[in-house]
Write a protein that binds this ligand. Structure first.
Ligand SMILES: [Zn+2]
Length: 486
């Protein structure tokens, strides 16, 4: 591989040279969404970050198998071992089949991912599609002596495991410290140890999603599915395991324990974590009322926003911060990103029409190398974006006739834009493609107003619903009708 990539590994707490186990093949597993509600912006940030990594490793010649699961069973409220399954709860409230909930939010999640121009993963396995694999894994862990059965549920024995292995290997904490910071078991608890977690949970009669197992009817614990599916599609050990940083203390810690108990190996060589999204300096949460959905950004339909922002503006905004730093969201920051993004895209749109001269005032190889250096340094997209702003200045200067560029450097320029803007950052120029669109939508809105004034509400509704289906939302008010892209 021509490019030498360095990646920050949570496991070793160091930036390390990326050396895949079986180059040019790379195996990457990222914990996917639990499909019981709409994906929020924090989720979107995580998946845009891993999309950047997927795109870059592919660009420099690796053959990446990117596995991102869909959690459609087993994820209980509060990420705990007791309580209701998030999907079943929603299904009961809405009087729907759990699989109707799963279908609705899986489709919604994929739509948002497509709108944000993230590439689909190579494999998108579901927890319910891998119950047999999960049961097999539990059997092996019991056989190796690291799990026990109580009343039809199976628990992982953390303290036993920690006698010979290191349970806190990922978060760097020792077991006593973790035990001291965990609540005591209640009298009703089937678990032996405070940190023990469920591999298989006995289903109550009213539980909707359940399967037969050697321990009775039940369902798998949330952490188990990722161990089972990564093992199945990427093998006992693969290169990158990723997810949000909030998964480190429990979900990923337990995943590692399960894999080591079962196969003796930490499943991934590099553990990569994306940081949190904050809003106006505060942690994003539903209870603070400051969480929002991608759709609300695209429509401007949220009180913290002064207007709608396009999907590419949102993507650009996220890539302007390194994935491992917290990213603070505010309307002002979005406005600044929108301006910057437009400035870049306007400059790049000039490239095809630039005059090529016999001699060159600029040597672009150096900037191209700097772009690679940025990405090789732990996928440092903000540094790459800064290089692209330098390039936009050069383009404007050539366009104004103040700087000249020869054919060789012109080729390099075109390559930089194709590779770094389109292929790696995954940014599209929305403006160029949509120039005529507002006129067309306005024309259709006028037709609808005519239908309405003729009291032809059937046609009026048909137009509104039709536009909604292809991604345009109409808003009626006293002043008339406005529209926004969903
Ligand atoms: Zn997972």
């Amino acid at each position: 591989m021509e490019q030498k990539v360095f990646v920050y590994n949570t496991l070793t707490r160091k930036k390390e040279e990326f050396k895949p186990l079986n180059a040019p093949h790379v195996g990457m597993y990222v914990c996917g969404p639990t499909v019981y509600s709409d994906a929020h912006m924090g989720n979107a940030r995580t998946y845009i970050s891993f999309d950047l990594i997927f795109r870059y490793l592919t660009h420099i010649g690796y053959q990446v198998r990117y596995v991102r699961n869909i959690t459609d069973a087993g994820h209980l409220e509060g990420d705990a071992d007791e309580g209701e399954d998030k999907i079943s709860k929603k299904a009961k409230l809405a009087q729907l089949e759990p699989m109707e909930i799963v279908q609705k939010y899986t489709v919604g999640f994929r739509d948002v991912m497509r709108i944000l121009n993230t590439l689909p993963p190579s494999i998108e396995p579901t927890a319910t599609g891998h119950i047999i694999e999960q049961i097999e894994l539990v059997k092996i862990i019991i056989k190796k002596g690291y799990a026990y059965e109580v009343n039809g549920s199976v628990y992982f024995d953390v303290e036993k495991y920690n006698q010979t292995k290191d349970y806190g290997v990922l978060n760097g904490r020792n077991l006593d410290d973790m035990l001291n910071n965990t609540r005591n078991l209640g009298g009703q608890d089937d678990k032996r140890g405070k940190l023990d977690f469920a591999l298989w949970i006995k289903a109550k009669p009213e539980h909707l999603m359940k399967w037969p197992s050697p321990w009775g009817v039940g369902f798998p614990g949330w952490h188990l599915e990722c161990s089972a599916m990564s093992n199945k599609y990427l093998g006992e050990q693969f290169d990158i395991h990723g997810g949000g940083i909030d998964l480190v203390p429990t979900h990923h810690t337990n995943e590692i324990a399960q894999n080591i108990a079962c196969c003796g190996k930490n499943p991934a060589k590099y553990w990569v974590h994306t940081n949190m999204l904050t809003v106006n300096g505060q942690k994003m949460s539903k209870s603070l009322g400051n969480s929002f959905l991608p759709d609300e950004l695209f429509t401007g339909n949220n009180t913290i926003l002064s207007k709608a922002y396009s999907p590419m503006t949102v993507r650009f905004f996220m890539l302007q911060t390194h994935y491992s730093s917290t990213l603070d969201f505010s309307n002002d920051a979005m406005e600044a990103s929108e301006k910057g993004f437009k400035r870049l895209m306007n400059a790049f749109a000039l490239v095809d029409g630039l005059k090529v001269s016999a001699h060159s005032d600029v040597q672009l190889n150096e900037i191209e190398n700097a772009c690679y250096a940025a990405m090789n340094d732990d996928f440092n997209s903000p540094v790459l974006v800064a290089e692209l702003f330098e390039i936009s200045k050069i383009i404007n200067s050539i366009y104004d006739g103040k700087t000249s560029i020869d054919a060789k450097n012109y080729e390099v320029l075109k390559n930089i834009i194709q590779h770094f803007v389109v292929d790696i950052l995954g940014l599209k120029n929305e403006q160029a493609a949509n120039d005529e669109l507002p006129k067309v939508i306005d024309f259709i809105i006028n037709l609808r107003s005519e239908a309405k004034s003729n009291m032809d509400y059937a046609t009026s509704d048909k137009i509104r619903n039709g536009l909604q289906q292809i991604g345009f939302q109409l808003k009626d008010s006293k002043e008339g009708t406005t529209w926004s892209k969903i």
